[in-house]
Design a binder for this molecule. Structure first.
Ligand code: DLL
Length: 433
């Protein structure tokens, strides 16, 4: 049985009263138990008791990924290790991983949040969930797993990889919900086709995809290739894992944030100033129920905007737009800011190309050079060189037109771009290698 769903449709004032109470308790605990937070508060000349309303949160300094690194591995934990029952680590591609901990109560909170997420994404206790998120230090696999069990659904803990076997399981076990990264979902579709299995003949109704950015266009591609309704789920290890926000299957327009556990803010990444609803900026989270690893004004580096308009599903929790990228993923190509997801949107509009691409950035002399490698179908690839060149030119023209950046487009053979079983590697930036 799922608890706490009444919070999802609560009038805002009632929800905010709960948030304030929980925030105050979190600040007291973090201050008492984590030297880092004590020092931060002291430097800002404040004490937890000075925070009297939700707006006062803005007086507290931010916490950054670097702060977590500086306190590696356990320095940010607010409980003794005796009370920690689970440890995960973020998939950080650069530098040290970020280590996060959970008390038994945190694990339960997370399971509840994931049960609520899966439910918002269309799952019910009658569903069979094929969980292809990786199990391990990554929070995707176990996060979905505990949530599915809490919901009372049946979960197949297949994890990532061993793709052919996954297709056989899908064919034989009849799962109705697929959980995976969007890029791995596409790869599953591709391998199924090679094996003569059509996704459309399988029993999937919903796919709950996240852990990496994916454009609206990519959603359309996935829905048509896999014959299911694709819902976006968001989260990050530092905040709890998946289960921070999810789209409702009714609207699929913005991800509802579980505000009874997390307070979101949007800031200007340069000035740190808090921005109003509707404005795009960097997402910041404060956890208000976690015990082992509370985060206070944690800068996610994810770019989005918040929307407080009522939703057709009846939830009153604010929605965040699909994440368009990360501040640290933004490519600055000859001074123009470009997010990989913007290039993805342009590519997905060209029906001749496949949804597999990679961006390579190099420096030629003093200039940045962007090469977009994208796959085309077998039939097209064996076509005349001239028609391929024309298509390359057309895509380069569209990129220039929409994004204002010059790129060299290279159409490549089907399956020549490495497939990932978890998060896709979209950018190879050779400028920093
Ligand atoms: O990716 C947690 C997760 C697992 C979310 C399964 C959804 C499903 P981390 O490995 O710590 O945690 O990576 C977190 O991934 O800050 C975003 O940059 C990115 N990310 C996560 N979900 C989305 C999404 C998990 N739906 C980082 N859209 C975050 C875009 C996402 N980016």
């Amino acid at each position: 049985m799922i608890h706490d769903i009444e919070y999802e449709t609560m009038p805002r004032e009632a929800l905010e009263a709960i948030q304030l109470r929980r925030l105050k308790a979190t600040l007291e605990r973090a201050y008492a138990n984590v030297p880092f937070y004590r020092q931060k508060f002291a430097a800002a000349g404040i004490k937890p008791g000075d925070i009297r309303c939700l707006e006062d949160l803005q007086r507290i300094p931010f916490t950054t990924k670097q702060d977590l690194r500086d306190n590696y591995p356990y320095g940010m934990f607010a409980v003794p290790m005796d009370n920690v029952v689970r440890i995960h680590a973020s998939s950080g591609t650069t530098g040290q991983p970020t280590v996060v901990g959970y008390t038994a109560r945190d694990v339960n909170t997370w399971a509840e949040l994931m049960a609520r997420s899966l439910s918002a994404g269309g799952a019910t206790r009658g569903d069979i969930i094929h969980n292809a998120y990786g199990y391990g230090l990554f929070t995707g696999g176990l996060g979905v797993h505990y949530g599915a069990e809490k919901l009372g659904a049946s979960v197949i803990p297949v994890s990532g990889g061993n793709t052919k076997r996954q297709i056989i399981i899908m064919r034989d076990f009849g799962p109705t919900i697929l959980t995976a990264t969007p890029s791995y979902a596409l790869h599953l579709g591709e391998v199924a086709e090679e094996m003569g299995v059509s996704f459309r003949d399988l029993k999937f109704k919903f796919g709950i995809f996240g852990a990496e950015p994916w454009s609206e266009r990519m959603r359309t591609q996935i829905e048509s290739q896999l014959g299911l309704v694709a819902v976006d789920i968001y989260g990050l290890s530092e905040v709890i894992g998946p289960g921070v926000a999810i789209e409702c299957y009714q609207a699929k327009k913005g991800l509802h944030i579980f505000e009874d556990h997390f307070i979101p803010e949007i800031i200007d990444p340069q000035s740190g100033q808090v921005l109003p609803y509707g404005t795009t900026g960097e997402l910041v989270f404060t956890s208000i129920t976690k015990e082992a690893f509370p985060v206070i004004r944690y800068r996610t580096r994810d770019i989005t905007a918040l929307n407080a308009e009522p939703c057709v599903c009846g939830r009153t929790m604010v929605r965040m737009q699909k994440v368009s990228g990360r501040t640290d993923d933004m490519l600055i190509i000859r001074g123009v800011n470009v997010f990989p997801s913007q290039i993805e949107s342009v590519l997905m509009e060209v029906h001749e190309v496949e949804p597999h691409y990679q961006l390579v950035v190099e420096r030629e002399g003093n200039l940045d050079k962007l090469t977009v490698r994208v796959e085309v179908s077998e039939a097209l690839f064996s076509d005349e060189v001239k028609s391929l060149q024309n298509l390359e030119r057309r895509i380069a023209h569209n990129i220039k037109d929409y994004l204002g950046v010059s790129a060299e487009v290279k159409l490549v053979e089907p399956k020549s771009i490495a497939r990932s079983e978890g998060k896709a590697v979209r950018v190879i930036d050779k400028r920093h290698m």
